[in-house]
Design a protein around this ligand. Structure first.
Ligand SMILES: Cc1cc2nc3c(=O)[nH]c(=O)nc-3n(C[C@H](O)[C@H](O)[C@H](O)COP(=O)(O)OP(=O)(O)OC[C@H]3O[C@@H](n4cnc5c(N)ncnc54)[C@H](O)[C@@H]3O)c2cc1C
Length: 614
């Protein structure tokens, strides 16, 4: 089949369209069916929901479980915890809403066959930490996907969604989405009454530590290409806290998780000389962030800060002290199983580097920054809150609806709500779906209309890189560099370099300032101009091209937000060298942006943080 001649257009009508079948998308698909028995529920996913998203490899712990049935924690406690970790700035209404429902979600996972570990003495779920429970989770994602598959009218795998469609009549109302099948090349037009975006956060917008052949080895899944931000940004949805990128301290080279090690195995860290170092940086940190350094637990970013300072002072590497814990055979087993159930690569790295944690304390390092909304970070779309709990200013319609009519989000997509993790993301998908069904029911016959011109114009733009390549390749006799097109890998490396050097990546030790950010934005604008010259050799490269488009828009948003917030709120995640201190007087607020795709301009504003819980 010729890529152009034989391409079909497939039209799909849906009441609810869920974009991305990861944790939040599966939650949204499942719950849409519960409330919308007769509705047409469609889930569209660029991979295969069986093994897609950040949970594809499995997990060893569910990081958000209250344990209300045993009086372990209350939702209010979780809000306090997330607020503390994010240095005071979270959407407490949204966080509370997830926390009050998350236990019910976890109980469903168990019902569906997820093997949970139990404390042999109490019979309760085995706690790893205050919020985490341990699971045998290699098959976590297939189990969750099965529930979504059974609930959906149709699941479309292998379709990369590139753009949302807007209503012909109402400028601010969503009407569906378009994308292409990454295997057949068919063009897909989804017409929908409500859309739930659950397309995961962004890795590979900053240059990774592992480059060349190793560049796929990042902490965050390499396939998370920022679609959950780019899709809403393109249509003018307001975003929040996009500056709040996350940097993870993880085992070196394999990025293996440290949670079970710290919390369950009770391991701890030391500098290269076997010394405790966090206390040494107490005064230094206090001078930057004031009393936040005295909060318990110490916020994640501040722990990174101490590590970075210690290494910069020449006393690296930082090591995890595993030798003591691993003398206990049970702990040794847990330590290895922790990787085998979710990050096999770390076990392989240790084997290849002669690291047996029973005899050698392994090195830790900090990752390049990522953008996501569900981990210890809260970038994402600005969403309407729950009717019974959100302050009036945070409510303009339906729960989890963005500032675009009919457009909902969940998981990494929604901003201001850190620490939801896998279970909280699924829960938020359920919450968004319930509201989206209500929206569809209440709108009744008032349905959005798709413009043929809009999707035909998009179709042309989407496939243009194949044409650019077909024509431009005739100009080269050898190699991959052409005067007429840019390959996706070249564009990606250029993006990563700009973000790394100007927006606070690893090369500058996460440091940036207004001058750097402004120059970075100029360079991003030049890259954006060049995106019309992308060349794609095949459908795989076409997907890479559109992932790059999404990463680029998400990056621009990160740079704009970082420029707007004139303070260093999260040392250890990034530093504004020209505003090195936390500034509660001026910046105890959310940052909001709105992108205008016609002018390419960003409008920035502040929004108040309401502390609902004492
Ligand atoms: C390394 C790592 C370790 C973690 N460890 C834990 C843990 O131990 N415990 C825990 O509870 N949580 C953990 N989490 C958090 C958890 O994985 C996330 O909170 C959760 O997966 C977020 O759900 P989501 O649906 O927003 O994103 P994802 O689950 O990542 O799903 C996004 C989906 O969207 C699809 N998609 C993306 N772009 C498009 C597009 N353009 N078109 C169509 N589909 C698209 C993707 O293929 C994917 O299926 C971890 C996360 C990471 C990255």
């Amino acid at each position: 089949m010729g890529l152009f001649g034989g391409r079909k257009t497939v039209f799909v009508d849906a009441d609810i369209l869920v974009i991305g079948g990861g944790m939040a998308g599966c939650g949204a698909t499942y719950e849409s069916r519960y409330w919308g028995r007769d509705l047409k529920i469609v889930c569209v996913e660029k991979a295969n929901i069986e093994r897609s998203g950040a949970v594809a490899q499995g997990l060893y712990a569910i990081n958000c479980y209250m344990g209300m049935q045993w009086g372990e924690n209350q939702p209010e406690d979780h809000v306090r915890y997330a607020r503390n970790d994010l240095m005071g700035l979270v959407r407490e209404d949204l966080g509370y809403d997830i926390a009050r429902h998350v236990d019910g979600t976890v109980h469903k996972f168990e019902e569906w066959g997820l093997p949970m570990m139990r404390d042999p003495k109490t019979g309760r779920y085995q706690r790893e930490g205050k919020w985490q429970i341990m699971i045998h989770g290699e098959s976590y994602k297939p189990i969750v996907a099965e529930a979504a598959r059974k609930a959906a009218t149709e699941v479309y795998n292998r379709i990369m969604v590139t753009h949302l469609l807007m209503d012909k009549g109402k400028a601010n109302r969503v009407a569906g989405a378009v994308g292409f099948n990454v295997r057949t090349g068919d063009f897909h037009v989804f017409r929908a009454k409500a859309v739930i975006v659950a397309a995961g956060g962004a890795s590979h917008i900053f240059k990774p530590r592992a480059v060349g052949e190793g560049m796929g080895r990042t902490w965050y899944a390499p396939w998370s290409s920022g679609s959950c931000y780019a899709l809403p940004i393109q249509v003018g949805a307001k975003m929040t806290q996009m500056e709040n990128r996350i940097v993870l301290t993880r085992f070196k080279d394999g990025y293996g998780p440290v949670g079970a090690y710290f919390l369950h195995l009770k391991t701890y860290t030391q500098n290269g000389y076997g010394e405790e170092y966090e206390k040494r940086w107490y005064e230094d940190t206090k001078a930057l962030v004031g009393e936040y350094v005295d909060h318990h637990p110490v916020p994640t970013c501040l722990r990174n800060h101490a590590l970075l300072k210690e290494v910069a002072a020449g006393r690296g590497p930082i090591r995890m002290v595993t030798k003591e814990a691993f003398q206990d055979p049970h702990k040794e087993t847990v330590g290895w199983e922790n990787f085998l159930g979710m990050t096999i690569g770390q076990a392989v790295v240790w084997a290849s580097q002669n690291i047996d944690p029973k005899h050698v304390n392994p090195e830790l390092t900090t990752s390049e920054p990522y953008v996501m909304g569900s981990h210890a970070t809260c970038s994402g779309a600005w969403a309407s809150g729950p009717e019974d709990y959100a302050p009036a200013e945070y409510q303009w319609g339906y729960n989890r609806m963005m500032t675009v009519d009919g457009l909902f989000g969940a998981g990494d997509t929604i901003g201001g709500t850190a620490h939801k993790f896998s279970s909280g993301s699924f829960t938020e998908g359920r919450i968004a779906a319930k509201a989206a069904v209500k929206y569809v029911m209440e709108k009744g016959k008032d349905e959005p209309q798709v413009s043929e011109k809009e999707y035909r114009d998009l179709e042309k733009a989407i496939y243009q890189p194949l044409e650019n390549y077909r024509v431009g390749r005739n100009e080269i006799v050898a190699g991959t560099v052409s005067p007429s097109y840019l390959l996706p890998i070249h564009g990606l490396q250029r993006l990563e370099k700009i973000m790394d050097e100007y927006v606070g990546g690893i090369s500058t030790n996460y440091m940036t300032n207004g001058v750097l950010l402004n120059r970075g934005l100029e360079l991003l604008a030049m890259l954006k101009e060049d995106m019309s010259c992308m060349g794609a050799e095949d459908l795989h490269q076409l997907q890479r091209t559109w992932e790059l488009h999404h990463r680029l828009l998400a990056s621009e948003s990160v740079a704009q937000h970082t420029l707007f917030r004139e303070e260093t709120r999260w040392p250890g995640y990034y530093y504004r060298g020209d505003h090195m201190k936390l500034d509660d007087e001026n910046w105890h607020c959310f940052t909001l942006s709105r992108y205008d795709r016609n002018t390419g301009k960003w409008d920035m504003e502040k929004a108040p943080v309401y502390h609902i819980i004492d």
